[in-house]
Design a protein around this ligand. Sequence first.
Ligand code: NAD
Length: 244
Amino acid sequence: MTRILITGSKGRMGKALLACAPLHPEVEVAAQIDIGDDLLAAIDRCDVVVDFSAHQATVALAALCARHHKAMVIGTTGHAPEERTAIVHHAHAVPLVMASNFSTGVNTLFWLTRKAAEILGPDFDVEIVEMHHRFKKDAPSGTAMALAEVLAKVREMPLEEAARYGREGIVGERTPEEIGVHSVRGGDVVGDHTVMFATLGERLELTHKASSRETFAHGALRAAAWVVKQKPGLYSMMEVLGLK
Ligand code: NAD
């Protein structure tokens, strides 16, 4: 039985994790922490920390997990590059699963996006559109950025050069190198992502729509049971699912 500690337990994802955990006989919720709770007092009760708190909180949390030899499942998104570097540094000490999206469908979308980009080639313009609920704090979504990374890798281009975030004004004609990324916010949308491949005469769209946060929670709980059996290192959800 894998003992988990949930950080961000009073949030939307924290509540989904608590609701789904009883359906996973391989895990047991040993502790739950939100702002103001004593994390230090609880950390040694668990084998793995499942973090769905906030991007800035994950940095200190990863350092604590490394000191206490605890594996980690990191669900927070929107890390600044220096935050990500600081988090990933601890992968030399403990196993970490870090994923912008824990759903099986989205990880299949990552795989399909890579395949489609390889097959269709540079003559197809690529654009990503994501939509999330009005409360989401970061944009673009971590999943949209991960999809953009997949496309940039296939095209052998640094994403920083290729990414075009929204368009406004006289921006000129689209160049073939661009990877468009567009964020829409509103209502209670759990998470929609579309990758468009458009050329003259045809367009292919790959779309994933999450209708419940429980899909992310089930994936994160599956990752928690998996990560405790791994050596120190940085792992993705695609590795948990055997897609890589
Ligand atoms: P939320 O705002 O509803 O919940 C976050 C919770 O974390 C809050 O209860 C807050 O009080 C708590 N928190 C903040 N700082 C903390 C700290 N230092 N220690 C303990 N608790 C702390 O947000 P949410 O919608 O549940 O999303 C949480 C994070 O998960 C976001 O980064 C979001 O983008 C990400 N997310 C990831 C996935 C995925 O599959 N990877 C899916 C959904 C959301």
